[in-house]
Ligand binder design. Structure first.
Ligand code: FES
Ligand code: FE2
Length: 370
């Protein structure tokens, strides 16, 4: 009996068959945070996003609502939109034989279709994908019978902060993107999740962050203390690269949330970081067993972004943290294939919640009915 906890074996980070199973049983079944709603401000704006093995087309309709569809033409299956983002005037037209779909996904025209009176056009609309908006993002789910958004997505926040009100105070849906950085990380998505969940590494690789949040230096800080936010150091004025003053506290942020940092993991692919004057929001797109694209948004009040104030000192702090974290993940990735790691490694007792993440994963991979 030892106080160390076993991890997953190395194969979980390299085996294409396990990655395929994760695509099918996790990313194509869970709620997946796809796009920032404000990235599609007008009717006809669209973005295509890889969700599991599928390409999903998210677009804003004429009624102002967001919708999501499988990005596959119903005629002979051509990819409808190949661009990552763009705007169409009134409809999506397939570049192959010109079947044309309205912004609501309905088939509105197809060459010579009018000559086929037995065909009901309403049966050939794009396949719809469930979509929910929360925190200013559009979350999609490919499952026919989606899991509870309340339990899985909101539940993750409730579990971490104690209630939903604590995150709603930051008004994420009203914030503006001050900076977006996309990282192409040569590591398995689970290494990135595991790394985000622990702070045992903070003292070693995050000198700037531990300067701002001294309690991160002791190696025990973790996300499992419900409601706990790490306190800024005494001499620190703001969550910036050098601890100098940031911006005004966001409207609604409570006194007890001031001068504190909260990190939340929403399985399987979202991290939220709350500080008094901004929010850092990560979305992961797992593309291969050893490759994950991470899109990171720095969100500020509308006034800060509209006024053109310099956000670089606060961006720099977490950008550096991201680079330090992703370097660490990329350092582990090649070793996952080593015979030395076939049976996995160990977790410190303070990392036990990573063990819970592994159980969550294994339950989903093993359950044939899911
Ligand atoms: S495949 Fe799209 S119109 Fe033929
Ligand atoms: Fe880190």
């Amino acid at each position: 009996m030892t106080s160390l906890i076993p991890t997953l074996g190395g194969g979980y980070y390299t085996d294409p068959a396990i990655f395929a199973a994760e695509q099918e049983k996790i990313f194509e079944r869970q709620w997946f945070c796809a796009v920032r709603s404000a990235d599609l401000p007008s009717a006809g704006d669209f973005r295509t996003v890889r969700v599991g093995r599928e390409s999903v087309l998210v677009s804003r309709g004429r009624d102002g609502g967001l919708r999501a569809f499988l990005n596959v033409c119903r005629h002979r299956g051509a990819r409808l939109c190949t661009e990552e983002s763009g705007t169409v005037k009134r409809a999506f037209q397939c570049p192959y034989h010109a079947w044309t779909y309205g912004l609501d996904g309905k088939l509105i025209a197809a060459p010579n279709l009018a000559n086929l009176p037995d065909i009901d056009r309403s049966e050939y609309g794009l396949h719809t994908v469930r979509l929910r908006e929360w925190l200013g993002y559009a979350w999609v789910c490919l499952a026919a019978d989606p899991p509870s958004f309340d339990a899985d997505v909101e539940g993750a926040v409730r579990e971490r902060l104690g209630d939903l009100e604590s995150i709603e105070r930051y008004g994420l849906d009203r914030l503006s993107v001050g900076r977006r950085i996309t990282y192409d990380v040569k590591a398995n998505w689970k290494l990135i999740v595991e790394n985000f969940m622990e702070c045992y590494h903070c003292a070693t690789i995050h000198p700037e962050l531990t300067e701002v949040l001294p309690e991160f230096a002791d190696g025990y800080a973790a996300q499992y203390y419900v409601g706990h936010g790490a306190e800024f150091g005494e001499a620190v004025d703001g969550f910036t690269i050098d601890g100098t003053t940031g911006f005004d506290r966001l409207d609604g942020v409570a006194d007890e949330q001031d001068r504190r940092y909260y990190a939340i993991t929403i399985r399987p692919q979202v991290f939220v970081n709350l500080v008094p004057d901004h929010v850092i929001f990560h979305r992961m797109y797992p593309l291969a067993p050893d490759r994950t694209v991470v899109e990171c948004d720095w969100l500020y009040s509308e006034e800060v972004v509209a006024s053109g104030r310099d956000v670089s000192r606060s961006v720099e702090l977490f950008h550096r943290v991201n680079e330090q974290d992703f370097d660490a993940c990329e350092r582990c990735q090649p070793a996952m294939a080593s015979r030395a790691y076939r049976g996995g490694g160990v977790l410190m007792p303070s990392e036990h919640h990573i063990g819970e993440f592994h159980s969550w994963l294994l339950t989903r991979l093993e359950d044939e009915t899911r």
